[in-house]
Design a protein around this ligand. Structure first.
Ligand code: NAD
Ligand code: FES
Length: 281
C-alpha cells in the first residue's frame, strides 16, 4: 500500500497528492510517469510525475478528474492509500542523458498548457538544479485554472503566464506568447518542450515548425497496461507506429500525427469506438 501524505485541491477538478512511494522516488527522472490503482479491482490510471523527494521517499502527482476513476481518486484524503503505485514508467526526458556542457549552451523554451504544467515543472526544476535557466510559458483557460505558478516562478529563468480570457496577466493562448517572444522580442530557442492538451501540442508544433525550433512533446494517449502489450497507447510518429508507454512518452513533435492521436482519444470514450480500435490493433 502507498499512503497519501497530502491531498489538496488546486483548482476546479484539479488535485495534488503527495504519496509515499520510496522505490519510485529513489529512481524517477523528469519525463517519466506512474500508473496507479485505487483498489485491487480498480482501473489503472497513468499519471505524470509532478515532483519527487528522494530523501523523504515521496512522489507528487497532479491530476484532473475526467471519468469515474479519477473522480473516485479525488475523494481520497491524507491517511488513505493507493493499492498500486507502479513506476517509474516510460523514458526520462532527453536532456537528462545529455552532456551537461552541451546542455548549458542550449536555450530551452517550455510550453505548459493547463494540467500539463504539472509534468513540465520537474523538467524545469531539474535544469535549474543543473545551472540552466529555461524560459517557461504557462497557459490556462482562466486565472482560477492556473496551477503551480509560485513553484514554477521559483525554477524558471523567465515565466510568461497567459490566460485565454485575459483574466490574469495577459490575454491569449500559449501560441500567441511564442510568437511574441520569437517574432517581436527576437528571442532565440534551440529546443521547445510542449506539454498540455493534444490540440495545444498540435498548434504549438505547427508554429515551431514554421519558426524552425525543434520541439518535443509528451503524449498522454489512453493507456491500459503501460507495458507495450495492449496497444491502447498507439501513436504514429514519422509514419511509424509507436507505443507512448514504452517508446515515449516524449516524441519529436514535428513528426507526431496529432489528428490520428486525437481521433483515437475520442474513440476510446465509447464502447463502440474501443471495439473498432481493438479490431485495428
Ligand atoms: P486547457 O484546455 O485549459 O488548455 C490549456 C492551454 O492550452 C490554454 O490555456 C491555451 O493556452 C492552450 N491551448 C489550448 N488549445 C489551444 C489551441 N488550439 N492552440 C493553441 N493553444 C491552445 O487545458 P486543460 O483542460 O488543463 O488540459 C487538459 C488536457 O491536458 C487533458 O486532455 C489531459 O489529458 C491533457 N494533459 C496532458 C498531459 C501530457 O502529459 N501531455 C499531462 C496532463 C494533462
Ligand atoms: Fe498498452 Fe501502451 S498502454 S501498449
Amino acid at each position: 500500500m502507498y499512503p497519501i501524505l497530502k491531498a489538496e485541491k488546486l483548482a476546479d477538478k484539479i488535485y495534488l497528492m503527495e504519496v509515499k512511494a520510496p522505490r519510485v522516488a529513489k529512481s524517477c527522472q523528469p519525463g517519466e510517469f506512474v500508473i496507479v490503482k485505487i483498489d485491487e479491482a480498480g482501473e489503472r490510471i497513468p499519471l505524470t510525475i509532478c515532483d519527487y523527494n528522494r530523501e523523504e521517499g515521496t512522489i507528487t502527482i497532479v491530476f484532473q478528474t475526467v471519468g469515474a476513476s479519477s473522480e473516485k481518486m479525488s475523494h481520497l484524503q491524507a491517511g488513505d492509500s493507493f493499492h498500486d503505485f507502479v513506476g517509474p514508467l516510460g523514458n526520462p526526458s532527453e536532456f537528462v542523458k545529455e552532456d551537461l556542457e552541451v546542455l548549458k549552451n542550449k536555450k530551452y523554451l517550455f510550453v505548459a498548457g493547463g494540467v500539463g504544467t504539472a509534468p513540465v515543472y520537474p523538467q524545469v526544476k531539474w535544469l535549474k538544479e543543473h545551472g540552466i535557466d529555461a524560459d517557461v510559458i504557462v497557459g490556462a483557460k482562466t486565472k482560477d485554472l492556473l496551477i503551480l505558478e509560485k513553484e514554477m516562478e521559483a525554477v524558471a529563468g523567465n515565466l510568461y503566464v497567459t490566460t485565454d480570457d485575459g483574466s490574469y496577466v495577459r490575454k491569449g493562448m500559449v501560441t500567441d506568447v511564442i510568437k511574441d517572444l520569437v517574432q517581436n522580442q527576437g528571442k532565440k530557442y534551440d529546443v521547445c518542450v510542449a506539454i498540455g492538451p493534444m490540440i495545444m501540442m498540435k498548434f504549438v508544433c505547427l508554429l515551431t515548425k514554421e519558426l524552425e525550433i525543434p520541439t518535443i512533446v509528451s503524449l498522454n494517449p489512453i493507456m491500459v497496461d503501460g507495458t507495450g502489450m495492449c496497444g491502447a497507447c498507439r501513436v504514429t510518429v514519422g509514419g511509424e507506429v509507436k507505443f507512448a508507454c514504452v517508446d515515449g512518452p516524449e516524441f519529436d513533435g514535428h513528426a507526431v500525427n496529432f489528428d490520428e492521436a486525437m481521433k483515437r482519444q475520442q474513440m476510446y470514450k465509447t464502447a463502440e469506438g474501443r471495439a473498432i480500435l481493438k479490431l485495428q490493433e
